[in-house]
Design a protein around this ligand. Sequence first.
Ligand SMILES: [Zn+2]
Length: 237
Amino acid sequence: MKRALLSRLFLQIGWWFAPPRCPICQNLVRPFHICCECAERERSLRLAKNTASTQVRGMTSVFSRWKYQDEIRNAILEMKFSNMPYQAENFVLLLLSDRDAYTFIRQFNIIIWVPATRSKRMERGYLVPYLLAKSIARLTGVALASENVLQKIKETPNQVELSGKQRRENLKGAFAVMSAQEIEGKRVLIIDDVLTTGTTLHRIAELLTQAGAKEVAGLVLAESVPKMQKESMENVC
Ligand SMILES: [Zn+2]
């Protein structure tokens, strides 16, 4: 009880220094809310049932809140490439405003993020999947894995233009589980910002399962699927 109160107090203090903002337009908002101006657009970009349409082999499910397009796509790109690391917490607060997201995340024992090589981290200065994972762990109470569990040990060319087979070839030997102890027998949730073909998540799921994880699932902010069928808009006020 004391611990819960303390963590709530720390959250409040953190938000006093860095108040939550709407991830789309940067307006100040209350925690776990979106601004009135963006609410309708945000709703129209949600995926039905919070589930990615792409099936990732080796994963029991992949939770995705939005379609990777328009305002959501722009905000994610800005977060990654325009020196806006604080946007990770803003996205997580909005994600967790949905009770389903909180309930989904709480099923897991440990949270891991899709890692990058050291040189890539140095180049960008921060790693969005890690910032998302850290914020999700702090706000839900699910344990965050140490950096030792999963590492990216080989740089890979940009996957965007490659075929499925080339992507799989690309990822051979790219990731490694360095410390299996933390995940043995555990239900593991992998965090990434965007899901495209799912090749990366599939490769990571394979490695974690081989290393002894009981279950591996994924959570991304948004899913990018060119042939994505039009989703029915959720009727939420
Ligand atoms: Zn807004």
